[in-house]
Design a binder for this molecule. Sequence first.
Ligand code: ADP
Ligand code: MG
Length: 339
Amino acid sequence: MAKTTIETVGEFNLIEHLSKTIECTQPSTVKGIGDDAAVVHYGQAETLVSTELLLEGIHFDLTYTPLKHLGYKAVVAGISDLYAMNATPRQILLAIGLSQRFHVEDLDELYAGVRTACARYGLDLVGGDTAPSMTGITIGITAIGEAPKDKIVYRSGGKKTDLLCLTGNLGAAYMGLQLLEREKRVFDGQPDKQPRLEGYEYILERYLKPEARKDIIDSLAAIDLKPTAMIDVSDGLASDTLHLCRQSQCGVCIYLERLPIAAETFRMADEIHIDAVTAALNGGDDYELLFTVPIDAYDTLRKELPQIDIIGHLCDAAEGACLITPDNQAIALRAQGWK
Ligand code: ADP
Ligand code: MG
């Protein structure tokens, strides 16, 4: 069946078509899609806002990223930053730039992923913008949320001797991306070949369908443990740890043997001769939470949230940022930086 060009429906009808499938359920949404601006109301709580820009060819490759997954992942990337402030995201706005390569059916796919994520995390899509672009697809996602003033956690609250804690595991999404890139290269050479993706489900899911750690924010609240500082790990543990340390005016020690790395990540790393620990330190797209708690929260944390790894501790700024190897050597922690 021929796909519907956006030209034939026009921007106005396209927005109406997309917003028809959107329902608002959050009590804090006063006005959603349809006017010049959305209206939200949080009463006494503080309002938190964050935005992410995703560019085709830089942040994603549509040869192996289904649009449905892209929609889901865009929402996760957008709200992860609010969880990292210990806040609750409630609304999102979605801005999209589209070239003529894209059809109405493609946007339906994208929005199916967006709707799934909204349902999963309790979010209302309350607006956006739609514009033509010269090439590719661009997605801007803005998240709005709330938190009581005294519950907000900044990057700057860490104190020396605080424990450095991490959710989940690292490097899996990076390995999923390496696998997809490898299969794409094979496919480019021999288009009749099918990509070999069986047995790699875990790392593929970590790359294509990541989750934001709402569960951890809920668990920490349930045991009344407020981190002193927090950041989400989206650019790699090394660089995100350095951000937290700099803003907290502290140094840090990370024990390499304590870095959580999944068996599937090790397996893929071996296969393509990449060091799994390097991937854990510098790979991106993990969407895990890195946070600090006072040292006397150790017992509570171990007892109540044993799935969280304590990977190191903050220290005096003068001691700098270092990695401790299994044979007790200290090496400087460096960010590989923006790729
Ligand atoms: P304006 O010209 O005032 O910017 P638009 O026609 O762009 O208005 O938008 C009309 C309504 O549709 C607004 O509520 C806007 O937030 C919403 N909207 C526009 N594009 C999208 C989109 N891609 N997804 C969701 N809502 C959108
Ligand atoms: Mg507009």
